[in-house]
Design a binder for this molecule. Structure first.
Ligand SMILES: O=C(COP(=O)(O)O)[C@H](O)[C@H](O)COP(=O)(O)O
Length: 320
């Protein structure tokens, strides 16, 4: 698929969810590299650098996107000519796609061990990683019941209840504001993540932090299912995750809004749940306390402070 088409699909949320966005970006970079005609390595780097920027500009919050783009782009660093660079990009993209698929499977296995026979699980938004935990437990024969939220304003809950229904999981579909009314019936909350920062805070679909707060008050376990490429290296430098604020017409009909000149509609797509409201983050490396985020960023993703210096030099070279 053409790179601009993928970028547009991510922007319009036809492709959505942090993991899917990352995989679409890696695949788009791979296809884009093959379309380069020429033999000048500097022009190729520039060509790929522009493509990376186009993808990065689509949606600002899911850290899986810059992590995937960087992983693929970094592969061509040592290449001396265009065919070598194209092959390196191909290998890196394929490796990212495969490891992402395996990560979800592992998360499903590990997450399922947190779910017992007879449990009631609540999930929010539509997360592949969170669903992997629930569906794996269901496939293991555990008798489960799920509460799934509506997820205003884009209604990703519909995707979730469809997946649960297709798998034959007994599911309750509730409006977002009903979470506190049902939280005492719930044994475990499982959500996904768009980003995890160095202090263990979890950025996910708007409403997640209210759910975490309700779970905390009710002493209900709060699990977050997240591949390690959702951890945010730049948060080591104190950089904040940008919370995407989407168009107001997703929330209120523009014709109605036009009659309300004193009303400003706000539509943040994500919120931040502090680490103290999260019991564990289930990654493909195992279930960790959120306070271990720094270790994942430094030892697993390989992003110490020194990496930022290297990356700075790399970016300078890309811009030459
Ligand atoms: O918040 C969302 C999706 O938001 P949007 O619909 O706005 O992209 C999901 O919970 C995370 O991305 C994790 O999903 P996954 O586990 O599939 O990566």
């Amino acid at each position: 698929m053409l790179l601009n088409e993928t970028a547009e699909q991510i922007r319009s949320m036809e492709i959505r969810g942090a993991g899917r966005i990352a995989r679409a970006a890696a695949a788009a970079l791979k296809d884009h590299a093959e379309t380069f005609e020429g033999s000048d390595i500097r022009s190729f780097r520039h060509f790929m650098g522009e493509a990376a920027c186009t993808l990065l500009a689509t949606r600002p919050t899911a850290v899986s996107l810059p992590n995937a783009v960087r992983f693929v782009m970094k592969a061509m660093e040592g290449a001396g000519n265009v065919p070598e660079a194209q092959a390196a990009i191909r290998r890196a993209a394929d490796s990212f796609l495969l490891s992402s698929k395996h990560a979800i499977e592992w998360i499903g296995e590990i997450g399922a061990r947190h779910i017992s026979d007879g449990d009631v699980v609540l999930t929010h938004c539509n997360s592949e990683a969170a669903l992997a935990c629930i569906l794996t437990a269901h496939r293991q024969g555990k008798d489960l019941e799920v509460f799934a939220t509506e997820v205003r304003p884009r209604n990703q809950g519909i995707l979730t209840i469809r997946a649960l229904n297709d798998a034959g999981v007994k599911t309750n579909y509730i409006v977002d504001s009903a979470v506190r009314s049902f939280i005492n019936d719930v044994d475990l909350v499982v959500t996904g993540a768009d980003a995890v920062t160095v202090n263990g805070a979890v950025v996910n679909k708007i409403g997640t932090s209210q759910i975490a707060l309700a779970a905390h008050e009710a002493r209900t376990t709060m699990l977050v299912a997240a591949e390690t490429y959702k951890f945010a290296p730049r948060s080591i430098l104190g950089e904040r995750i940008e919370i995407e604020e989407r168009q107001t017409d997703e929330v209120l009909d523009p014709a109605v809004a036009a009659t309300l000149p004193h009303v400003r509609v706000r539509n943040p797509a994500f919120d931040v749940t502090p680490a103290r409201y999260v019991d564990e983050i289930v990654t493909e490396m195992g279930a960790i306390p959120p306070t271990m985020a720094y270790i994942i960023i430094r030892d697993h993703l390989g992003w110490g402070i020194e990496e930022f210096h290297k990356n700075f030099e790399f970016n300078e070279r890309m811009q030459e």
